[in-house]
Ligand binder design. Sequence first.
Ligand code: SF4
Ligand code: SF4
Length: 316
Amino acid sequence: MKVPYIVDIKENSLDDGIGIRSVIFFKGCALKCVWCQNPEAQNVNPELVYQPKNCIHCTPQCFVHCPNDAFNYPNMVLNRSVCILSQCCTIDCPADVFSVAGKLYTVNELVERFRSNMIFYRNSNGGISLSGGEPMMFPEFILNLIMRLREINIGIAIETCGLFPLNSQTKKILEQVQFIYYDVKIMNSNKHIQYCGVDNVTILENLKQLVKEGLVTLPKNNSELKIPASKPLLVPRIPLIPHITIKSDNLKEIAQFLKSLNISLIDLLPYNPLWIEKAHSIDHPVSYPRDSWMNDKEKLSAASFFKGFKFDTFVI
Ligand code: SF4
Ligand code: SF4
């Protein structure tokens, strides 16, 4: 079984589905979206996170520990090409200048961790959200985890980019979850390759298949977004990325595609620029230049575009 690294577990989230949720961010994604909000979750392997601005210039221990002299103090130069991720630099640094994105957990450890939150999940209709990265890259592990969480009545939501083989194993995963948040980003396949690194053929085909085979429930509006439902509730998510996804021809094609599947409720995810600092800390390329938040006008314009096509938008 491929055991995934996990970059973070966010507790008490109110932004990743209904109710109070714990969100697991798996490390690894087959897409490489240029605006990716979690760049540290793209690579499947652990990565050194380096934040030199945190340095308080204590008696420096960091370079003393590094077996490969990858770090130069006081110049604060990190040579990643010789870093072997021994993590020695993380041992004594009192300022979190060095840390590692990517930690292994067993299914047991995760289940025990979440068991203590059960009362919050139950009282709020919340549960666990599987996010990333792309959780469906690790089907055996997440199926195992989901089955164990279902045994103790913890509800699951999954956030997916849609790029996975739709087979008996992944269908079994989807059958067990309560909510599926399914990304639809760019309809033109060449543009999808340009901005996300791969084409969108499987992503769109999987969504069509899930609907065609009746494997999901499509809530018409927010009031239908209730559990228990006989099948997982599917809500497409559209990231609002200035100059890329929110171009009117793309929005129009998305609206027409979703309408053709009888989908009426969607979730709009406004761009946020916080990823840029995370990207710098792992030396991840920053090719998308927008470093400011979306303003209300941009958000309202996208929302009213979809309202014009009679979509309801998801409200947490
Ligand atoms: S141990 Fe951390 S805080 Fe101290 S000098 Fe090194 S990087 Fe800076
Ligand atoms: S699909 Fe999501 S996690 Fe993967 S690269 Fe794109 S934005 Fe990042």
